[in-house]
Ligand binder design. Structure first.
Ligand SMILES: [Zn+2]
Length: 232
């Protein structure tokens, strides 16, 4: 925790290093920012779980996107939310999903929210919504999803095991009217997003699609930082 706070303070005091490449001068340098805001790609997991909406990811979960997400989520560099929100906004613009849009962030667990002091995906969704509104779109963020129970660590589980582990993991409050877009940081097997979509459906809303910052390119990769994240 102390290290994370220190990192955040240092971001304010010394010329920042790019979270993507380590170069001096910007939180995310123009080259890395360009990589984050490239055209989004459709992501179809090898064995898509039932009820998974159409998924789009702005970047692959390697290289720049992975390093920026880890710095943002695990190292307390909350200022990176701006770059990640821009990434998501760009993806949504590219998809030309017509409004009014309702962005529903996939929630962090209570425990990880407490540990990190913020809800990272919700923050990114809010930045994206502000940017899209500035561009004239009607967009709201609806943090209607809540963790319903504890789930086991997802790391190392197969697609089927992840789906079983997450069944009934979320509940949803009523969803505002509009085109509902699920928002998350990373998609791997799609189990989390399928469960989120199920919870929305139970509350009477159908997710139009899901947009994430990044998508893993392999089926179930072993991610070092996934150990700390229950939902990936
Ligand atoms: Zn860079």
């Amino acid at each position: 925790m102390v290290v994370r706070v220190l990192d955040a303070v240092l971001d304010l005091l010394v010329p920042p290093r790019c979270a993507g490449c380590g170069g001096r001068g910007a939180l995310v340098c123009p080259r890395c920012a360009a990589e984050l805001t490239a055209a989004p790609r459709r992501h179809v997991p090898d064995a898509p779980p039932e009820g998974l909406p159409e998924c789009w990811a702005a970047a692959g979960y390697d290289g720049v996107a992975r390093r920026v997400l880890i710095a943002y989520k695990e190292r307390g560099r909350t200022a990176l939310g701006a770059a990640l929100g821009a990434c998501l906004a760009r993806a949504l613009t590219h998809l030309q999903v017509e409004g009014p849009l309702v962005l529903v962030p996939v929630p962090s667990t209570r425990r990880s929210r407490r540990a990190k002091g913020h809800d990272p995906v919700r923050r990114v969704a809010e930045v994206a919504a502000r940017r899209l509104r500035a561009g004239g779109l009607q967009v709201t963020v609806a943090p209607v999803l809540r963790p319903a129970r504890k789930v086991a660590d997802q790391a190392g589980l197969t697609s089927a095991q992840r789906a079983a582990n997450l069944a009934g993991a979320f509940t949803s409050r009523p969803v505002p009217r509009g085109r509902v877009v699920l928002v998350d940081d990373v998609i791997t097997t799609g189990a989390t997003l399928a469960e989120a979509a199920r919870a929305l459906r139970a509350a009477g809303a159908e997710a139009d699609c899901a947009v994430t910052v990044a998508a893993t390119r392999k089926r179930v990769p072993v991610m070092r930082h996934a150990r700390r994240s229950q939902f990936r």
